[in-house]
Design a protein. Structure first.
Length: 199
């Protein structure tokens, strides 16, 4: 079973950022206007687990350069919410809750998820990095971006005859198992030859 690594503990500021180095939190010159949905918000193509991994990696990497969690939260909020949108302050408790969750799309309705995605997407463009392979898979499946309005971990599916289970893969796609157990093992039926319940 996967074990979640905790966030780096909050520490008193001891390190100072070298002013001669680029500010890792500054993404102010990057626009995502090309990637907006009909509501004027950025379409999201990273799962919650991917964002959690990016946050943890970023904070661990830059903590020694004086980047504290409070500064990070301020930066992601500024990156995601413009002057034309309601300004949302992301609290440390919200970050802690989001980082403590697990599951491909657990936490998809939170402000932390959206704001961090926008920040990291702007940072990727600023640094001239390519999209990861997983990101491209999500884009091909969810053209309009991943759902941020419906709490997907609480979605109830209509279970039909011979459906033994529904899981979600690492790209946020539902997998329906016919005649199989939850681990995908055969359990009396051939998934490619499901009997017709009306026969």
């Amino acid at each position: 079973m996967e074990t979640r690594q905790p966030l780096p503990a909050k520490k008193a500021r001891t390190a100072q950022r070298d002013p001669s180095k680029p500010d890792p939190l500054d993404v102010s010159g990057v626009s995502l206007d090309h990637d907006l949905d009909e509501e004027g918000e950025v379409r999201v193509f990273d799962t919650c687990d991917t964002i959690r991994r990016k946050i943890r990696t970023f904070l661990t990497k830059y903590e020694s350069e004086g980047v504290m969690q409070a500064a990070f939260l301020h930066a992601v909020s500024n990156a995601a919410f413009s002057e034309t949108q309601p300004r949302r302050k992301i609290q440390h408790a919200q970050l802690t809750t989001f980082m403590g969750q697990r599951g491909t799309m657990t936490g998809n309705t939170t402000g932390v998820y959206y704001a961090a995605y926008v920040f990291f997407e702007k940072l990727r463009i600023k640094e001239g990095k390519n999209k990861f392979a997983d990101r491209k898979v999500v884009e091909s499946y969810y053209v309009d971006g991943l759902d941020r309005l419906l709490a997907l971990e609480h979605v109830c599916y209509l279970v039909l005859n011979d459906v033994r289970g529904i899981t979600m893969d690492k790209y946020g796609r539902p997998n329906v198992y016919y005649g199989l157990d939850w681990k995908g093992n055969p359990d009396g039926y051939d998934k490619d030859n499901i009997p017709d319940p009306d026969e």
